[in-house]
Design a protein around this ligand. Sequence first.
Ligand SMILES: NC(=O)c1ccc[n+]([C@@H]2O[C@H](COP(=O)([O-])OP(=O)(O)OC[C@H]3O[C@@H](n4cnc5c(N)ncnc54)[C@H](OP(=O)(O)O)[C@@H]3O)[C@@H](O)[C@H]2O)c1
Length: 343
Amino acid sequence: MGYSVAIVGATGNVGREMLNILAERSFPGVDVAALASRRSQGAEVSYGDRILKVKALEHHDFSGVDICLMSAGSAVSKEWSPRIAAAGAVVIDNSSCWRYDADVPLIVPEVNADAVAGFRKRGIIANPNCSTAQLVVALKPLHDRARIKRVVVATYQSVSGAGKEAMDELFAQTKAVFQIDEIVPKKFPKRIAFNLIPQIDVFMEDGYTKEEWKMVVETKKILDPKIKLTATCVRVPVFIGHSEAVNIEFEQPIGADEARDILHNAPGCVVIDRPEPGGYVTPYESVGEDATYISRIREDATVENGLAMWVVSDNLRKGAALNTVQIAETLINRGLIKPRKAA
Ligand SMILES: NC(=O)c1ccc[n+]([C@@H]2O[C@H](COP(=O)([O-])OP(=O)(O)OC[C@H]3O[C@@H](n4cnc5c(N)ncnc54)[C@H](OP(=O)(O)O)[C@@H]3O)[C@@H](O)[C@H]2O)c1
């Protein structure tokens, strides 16, 4: 017996990837409903070799739904996630709306799968920010070995992290550069084609951006509240794939060779690290892949017990859709939910 799954935001970057991943992993879905705004009613999306007709969220009956994968932004999540949970479905929410609620577990299965059991309080589980997800996958095995004190991270985030309109903006601006047309930024605060922007999300009172704040708070919630982290988040003209330059200070000594070995055997991690031209992973190579890639692992002699590394992943997969599906699989594999239609 399979599960009844609804995807809210099925026409978006993340929603489409969720459909791909559910099909690729032969997720035990007996029926999958593709939902979006009224604008998309009747549109078609692919689910494996099937085509699904998109329905409007407000017209859907959630009474038989077991799992709802929410990916339609914070405003929709704020209103709908509690309503859908009240109808009896477990909501796995991709927006930032519920991540910081003490009664909502924030999960990256390779890191804190046990916390998933806390979903019963609200019926909602949150998926982290894309930059946090890949970072904690790489940090967790090193933290287990040598205890992380402090992390300094600079991100190089692709435009797909800001939704499908942001990808269109990079494409249109790039074309405009070659055609010597005028460029008027809409989605981004400045031109993104052949440029980069040191601002993601709004500014906070302390001068950091909200994206940077999210990385701090989410790393503490998922991995360890004692870890100090400071981030600089930058949007770059890459379509898909987030990259991070990470500097870590540990309590205990750990060398680059040992870190390489630990990460080589760690869940979700792939180490590609040869000190030669091309002996590392770039965001382009991460597209469509599930792994978090780690390259350029080296000792940082400027601090005691320091390491530096380069971390790359497909933000639409590990940063969003894949992690969401892995959370659903964790619930099923641990026997925490059963299909309601079978009951
Ligand atoms: N992209 C990433 O790397 C990433 C990573 C982690 C988390 N997230 C989060 O995932 C969510 C979706 O991101 P995305 O990149 O997929 O955005 P997107 O490409 O802009 O897609 C947005 C989706 O939401 C739907 N939607 C918008 N308003 C709606 C409404 N009132 N009712 C129902 N559906 C509505 C859209 O449907 P229409 O087509 O009908 O407008 C579309 O399917 C966001 O909360 C984002 O913060 C994204």
